[in-house]
Design a protein around this ligand. Structure first.
Ligand code: OTU
Length: 650
């Protein structure tokens, strides 16, 4: 008998055995017969897959079937408690699995505390979000976390309690519903690789509870840490060398990939998987539409490897995905893997993460802006942009994190670029140390051993606005604004969900005051996590101001995009522009075709007319951005940093 066949028989047998008990528990909890029917259908559909995944991960555990039963009971309980409006959303999104691929999808991300203080106040800004066309709003971590440094909330002390200064769980649920009514899906982090050292599980481990000590990686001496560290990469080398932290109170080394107060969870323990599945379902039932899976590469450790992107990491996420399909089908996952492009891709599928950050596009847009050449961007996108059906990129220009140069070395060599030297150049350029650089960024996590570093800074400061405003030169200011709009034009037209870090839409600059706060001073990412820029927001409709020029044009592009089915998520074909400064691609959907050209240089560039005939949608074209006709019978001159979206002349 084939292995797969045996697994499927075992899956069927175990389900037959467990179903009556689960049905009984469901009825006892007050679940209706109709609700049970829906649940049972989904369970029967997904069970073979979920069972196989869990068997692969935990099948050798003596109490495997106990965990299985507990997990099923938790899923049934969660479905029973799922609010009616979410059950309706489940049905609607199951019937329209492409909903997030629409040309109307538009994302924003912000820290509630930095933006407006509380969840209740955030509701006042829903009209602002609608002005920007948001259909997706990611609220940065807002759960209970240690006082002082908590890595911007990524050290979670409870997945069920909100930081009391920000609000309550009930307020979050209310907000989710209110946003939904405004057509906005709420996105929250699922920080499941680690907890803070103040989480109840960590506290119990500290108190000596052996069950909870098994939740983490604890070692009495250096032998195992040393063995692991031979092949580990340091993620936060300026925080602490190595990946382990000595806890004098426990006389143990603890695995801490990130900060010393962030304890990595041990997913080889089925109790950890089950506990986290429970937290996930809790968040789903609050009305969260998308969970951003934080730090996915790190969730499985294997001696002798770098402990990133292990096969089991995928199996765990796929198992969470299957659980969501059964008990909270509307829930989607967004992968946060800021690693090599091949590894980024490995997390993306309808059965794993339907959405993913696109760090390659992000990094290479900045690369093109610095070099004024698009060869690495065009070459990389030509074979790395396509995703499996039913999945979409989240295209962003910067996040709350640093920018790292995660392109493929062979892609670079293929276009004549030395990868190591180029990364050095990019770091020098974006930290403003390269002669003639327009950027004002700060280094993040410089590693003295490897020479590695990443870059912090707001979009506007990295694109030259801070320097230009300092110089007072209106030409430089104009050029910086053009750069900002150019970058946005690509994420708005290339396919996928564009994501704006709120503040960037009004040209918010770096805020260097973080250094006066001892809990933030050592982390340069705070330079680009400023508070709400109300002064600039107030100017947003005044086109004589810098904020107004950026905001006005951006909103115009967002609205334009929403009317262009060709720009919805889907096929994107890179075209040869025959000009090294100009990025070119074709977008098509049904009969609509849009040819995009984007000039990454501060000088005018010429595009031959025959290129427009070859890729363009006709001989007489119309530039939707500039609102003018373009004839393919003559060369097209692109102004500095100009971009055009060409369709057939109407
Ligand atoms: C993430 O980032 C978060 O986005 C960060 O804000 C957190 O500090 C961190 O996890 C810990 O929770 O290394 O520099 O490939 O690159 O998870 C940011 C993924 C990071 C890692 C990413 C991590």
């Amino acid at each position: 008998m084939y292995e797969g066949e045996r697994t499927q028989r075992e899956a069927a047998r175990s389900l037959a055995r467990l179903l009556p008990r689960v049905a009984q528990a469901f009825a006892d909890a007050g679940g209706s017969a109709d609700d049970w029917t829906v649940f049972e259908q989904r369970l029967r559909r997904e069970w073979p897959r979920l069972f196989a995944l869990l068997l692969g991960l935990y099948g050798t555990q003596y109490d495997f079937f106990y965990h299985l039963e507990q997990l099923l009971l938790a899923m049934a309980q969660s479905w029973c408690e799922r609010p009616v409006w979410l059950k309706q959303r489940d049905a609607a999104r199951e019937a329209d699995t492409e909903w997030f691929q629409s040309e109307r999808m538009m994302g924003g991300v912000l820290y509630v505390d930095r933006f407006c203080g509380t969840l209740n106040r955030l509701r006042e800004f829903i009209p602002y979000f609608k002005e920007l066309g948001f259909t997706y709003l990611h609220l940065m971590p807002l759960f209970e976390a240690p006082e002082g440094n908590n890595d911007g909330g990524y050290a979670v002390s409870s997945y069920r309690r909100i930081n009391p200064q920000i609000g309550t769980t009930a307020e979050l649920a209310g907000l989710a519903r209110e946003l939904d009514a405004a057509g906005i899906s709420l996105v929250l982090d699922f920080v499941f690789n680690h907890t803070s050292d103040e989480h109840e599980w960590a506290r119990r481990a500290q108190a000596g509870d052996p069950d909870y000590q098994e939740f983490y990686f604890l070692f009495p001496d250096r032998s195992m840490p040393d063995a692991y560290e031979r092949t580990l990469r340091e993620i936060f080398p300026t925080v602490r060398r190595g990946s382990f932290t000595w806890r004098p109170d426990m006389q143990r080394w603890v695995w801490t990939t990130f900060n010393s107060f962030q304890w990595d969870l041990n997913y080889a323990n089925p109790a950890v998987f089950r506990a986290m599945a429970g937290e996930m379902l809790f968040l789903a039932n609050l009305g969260i539409a998308v969970l951003r899976l934080d730090a996915v590469p790190f969730i499985w450790k294997r001696l002798g490897t770098n402990c990133e992107n292990q096969p089991e990491a995928h199996q765990i996420i796929q198992a969470f995905n299957a659980i969501a399909r059964i008990a909270a089908p509307a829930l989607l996952f967004k992968s946060e893997a800021i690693v090599h492009p091949d590894d980024v891709l490995s997390y993306i599928s309808p059965w794993e993460c339907q959405l993913s950050y696109n760090p390659l596009l992000m990094a290479l847009l900045w690369e093109s802006l610095a070099t004024r050449e698009v060869k690495l961007l065009a070459h990389s996108l030509s074979h790395r942009f396509r995703l499996p059906a039913g999945c979409a990129w989240i295209n962003y220009l910067r996040s709350h994190d640093d920018i790292g140069w995660t392109f493929d070395d062979n892609d670079a060599r293929a276009v004549g670029i030395d990868p190591w030297g180029h990364r050095q150049f990019l770091n020098t350029f974006y930290t403003g140390r390269f002669p003639g650089s327009f950027a004002r960024g700060l280094p993040f996590q410089e590693n003295p051993d490897t020479g590695d570093a990443r870059v912090s800074g707001t979009l506007a400061s990295l694109a030259g606005l801070e320097q230009a405003l300092g110089s007072g030169d209106p030409n430089q200011i104009d050029i910086a604004i053009r750069r900002i709009l150019l970058l946005h034009s690509v994420i708005l037209s290339i396919g996928g969900i564009p994501l704006i870090y709120v503040g960037d839409e009004v040209g918010t600059l770096n805020d260097y005051r973080y250094v006066t706060d001892p809990t933030k001073a050592a982390d340069s990412r705070w330079v680009h996590r400023p508070k709400r820029n109300q002064a600039a927001m107030d100017q947003r409709h005044d086109t004589t101001t810098v904020a107004g020029r950026i905001f006005g044009e951006l909103v115009r592009l967002i609205r334009l995009r929403a009317q262009l089915p060709a720009l919805r998520d889907g096929g994107m074909e890179i075209a040869r522009s025959e000009n090294r400064h100009v990025l070119a691609y074709v977008r098509q959907s049904g009969s609509q075709r849009v040819f995009v050209l984007a000039n990454f240089s501060e000088y005018s560039q010429t595009i031959a007319g025959n290129l427009l005939r070859m890729y363009g949608p006709g001989n007489e074209l119309f530039d939707l951005v500039g609102e003018r006709t373009v004839s393919a019978n003559e060369a097209l001159i692109l102004a500095p940093y100009q971009f055009v979206w060409l369709t057939p002349e109407r």
